[in-house]
Design a protein around this ligand. Structure first.
Ligand SMILES: [Zn+2]
Length: 135
């Protein structure tokens, strides 16, 4: 899959920090025309349409234009954590794969469960969710 510069930094509004922050470009999906930007302040990763990335190193946040939108969280990418639980349709950033994927299924096996995630670069993976730590 074609990738552009992965080192670029864009400055823009972080809705979690509620301030202007530098965001690192951590990934790119050419087909969906989405870029993944991670805030340097709170380390939240956001999916941004690539046309919002400006040549001068800033980006325009979709939510700053659509403040009344009831579902802005749909664009948020969460960091994968085996102890957390997920829903179909959620976007996940996997720290080991360094890749972003969408949850396509949640499978329950007794007391444990798995999620099926279609990653942009590494393809489909089955991950643990809701994992309990025992002593
Ligand atoms: Zn932030």
């Amino acid at each position: 899959m074609a990738k552009r510069s992965s080192r670029k930094v864009y400055e823009g509004w972080c809705r979690r920090c509620q301030s202007m922050k530098k965001h690192r470009l951590v990934g790119w999906n050419e087909e969906a025309e989405l870029a993944w930007l991670r805030c340097s302040g709170c380390h939240t990763t956001y999916a941004i349409e690539t046309f919002r990335l400006l040549p001068d190193g800033r980006f325009v946040d979709a939510t700053s234009e659509k403040a009344a939108d009831p579902g802005p969280e749909a664009f948020e990418v969460v960091e994968y954590d085996p102890a957390a639980t997920y829903q179909v349709g959620q976007l996940i950033h996997h720290p080991v794969f360094q890749d972003v994927g969408r949850v396509t299924a949640v499978v329950h096996h007794g007391r444990s469960s798995r999620i099926v995630v279609d990653f942009e670069n590494v393809g489909q993976k089955v991950l643990v969710e809701g994992r309990m730590l025992w002593r």
